[in-house]
Design a protein around this ligand. Structure first.
Ligand code: AMP
Length: 434
């Protein structure tokens, strides 16, 4: 093959895998703000940060999330390692957090143990707006309490976060899906309701009817939605304990003035939920395609994963969906301030000394930027202007030898030469005046 042709073939460019995206420096402003607020709220409410691996034993999700849930059945990235183990990219946080809670002896700490995580999750989905194959979640778990106050505290924290980032119009939808005492009876009632209607539901729902009839309430197929609208409500079938728990959750929400909508069809597609389930939805119809987040109580999961009987509750919100929603609301964010000082260097010696001077000023918390890759004064002054710097420092060979530096006021163009030893003091004086 001629050399040139060979070169052309090698010139293949690459794209991020379908459903994934790069997060560029210019995308970081909202992300950093949201994560900072989430961290502060989490700390304020006594949640400790936990980071678990992105990969886990596949069986953890099969047993924890549930073998016949959509997440495990259709959306998990699973692979065999060279050693023959089956691992999966985490599609959600909770099973990994509970595994870590048990493995690291956190179960012997005073209960409840409150943990939060921020990071990427992976689901094989058909990509569309707000639905990606790699996305990020902010997630809270309170492990070791059956108090309804802990359910509400997680909901409250998300509302505090929404408020502090300036996100408006978020509705809480809430339901109770009972426990192992009352759910079986409701399942029977529901199965009876659908029994002679199987020709009017989708293929998936026909299967769900045998495996997990509650999931029929979750189906988005139009014909299933129509039937569902007349289905019996689970809250009419709760046992006393679940009824009281739900009543108390609603009372706490009233006390906190968090408005909610009861949604008897909210079941959340996972196996492990008991009692309270909730979701956050945008009020605005035009961006209603997806929930911002959700969660619920999961009183049996810790035991299912090998621990003692430990009630728990948790919830997660998608970072990208929050940002999409902020953008849809044209929410404003303060852009980072411009650097105050721009260091201009002229000649090799000045470049060498300039590197050191830059670090000295940075360490003094003076917001400084530079252009070490440039040589001409004209270019560097133009860049200083573009960066919005208040002051340019000009360091040439003569200044290095005399241990001086030129300070130029960028607004009026006036320059003066001062001793380098007085530079920090002079800059602080100038900036304290403004
Ligand atoms: P779920 O556990 O499926 O209810 O997900 C909780 C939250 O994670 C959702 O409300 C979204 O904010 C976010 N989320 C879930 N799946 C995706 C996805 N494929 N892409 C972006 N965000 C997602």
């Amino acid at each position: 093959m001629p050399k040139e042709k060979n070169l052309k073939l090698k010139k293949k460019t690459f794209q991020a895998p379908k459903g994934t995206f790069d997060i560029l420096p210019s995308d970081q402003v909202w992300r950093e703000k949201i994560c900072k607020i989430a961290n502060e709220v989490a700390k304020g409410y006594g949640f400790g940060k936990i980071e678990t691996p992105i990969i886990e034993d596949t069986e953890l999700f099969v047993r924890g999330t549930g073998a016949d849930t959509d997440i495990v059945e259709k959306q998990m990235y699973t692979f065999k390692t060279k050693g023959g183990d089956s691992l999966s990219l985490r599609p959600e946080f909770t099973p990994g957090v509970i595994r870590a809670f048990l493995e690291n002896g956190l179960s012997s700490l005073p209960q409840p143990v409150k943990l939060y995580s921020v990071g990427p999750l992976f689901r094989y989905e058909r990509p569309q707006a707000g639905r990606y194959r790699q996305f990020n979640q902010i997630n809270f778990e309170t492990i070791g309490s059956q108090s309804s106050a802990t359910d509400v505290q997680i909901i409250q924290m998300f509302f505090v976060i929404f408020k502090e980032i300036g996100l408006k119009g978020i509705n809480l939808q809430i339901n109770s899906i009972g426990c192992k005492d009352c759910r079986p009876a409701y399942r029977k009632v529901l199965t009876n309701y659908y029994r002679n209607k199987t020709d009017r539901i989708c293929v998936d729902c026909r299967r769900r009817l045998k495996e997990n009839p509650l999931r029929l309430l979750d189906c988005k197929e139009e014909k299933c939605v129509i039937l569902r609208n007349s289905a019996p409500h689970i809250i009419d079938h709760l046992c006393e304990s679940c009824h009281n728990h739900f009543k108390s959750v609603l009372e706490f929400l009233d006390e906190l003035e968090i408005p909610y909508m009861l949604n008897s069809y909210l079941v959340r597609g996972l196996d492990y939920y008991t009692k309270t389930v909730f979701e956050f939805w945008p009020e605005d119809e035009s961006v209603r395609q997806a929930a911002l987040g959700g969660g619920g109580r999961y009183d049996y999961l810790v035991k299912l994963l090998g621990g003692r009987d430990t009630p728990a509750v948790g919830g997660g919100c998608g970072l990208e969906r929050i940002i999409n929603q902020l953008n849809a609301q044209n929410a404003k964010i303060n852009l980072p301030a411009s650097p105050r000082v721009f260091l201009i260097q002229l000649g090799d010696l000045a470049k060498k000394k300039g590197l050191k001077l830059f670090e000295q000023l940075r360490k003094e918390n003076i917001y400084i930027t530079e252009s070490f890759s440039k040589d001409s004064i004209k270019t560097q002054l133009r860049l200083a202007d573009k960066a919005g710097a208040k002051v340019a420092l000009i360091l040439g060979q003569q200044e290095v030898l005399e241990k001086t530096i030129i300070i130029r006021d960028m607004a009026i163009g006036v320059q003066e030469t001062i001793k380098q030893d007085n530079l920090v003091k002079e800059l602080k004086k100038r900036f304290s005046k403004k």
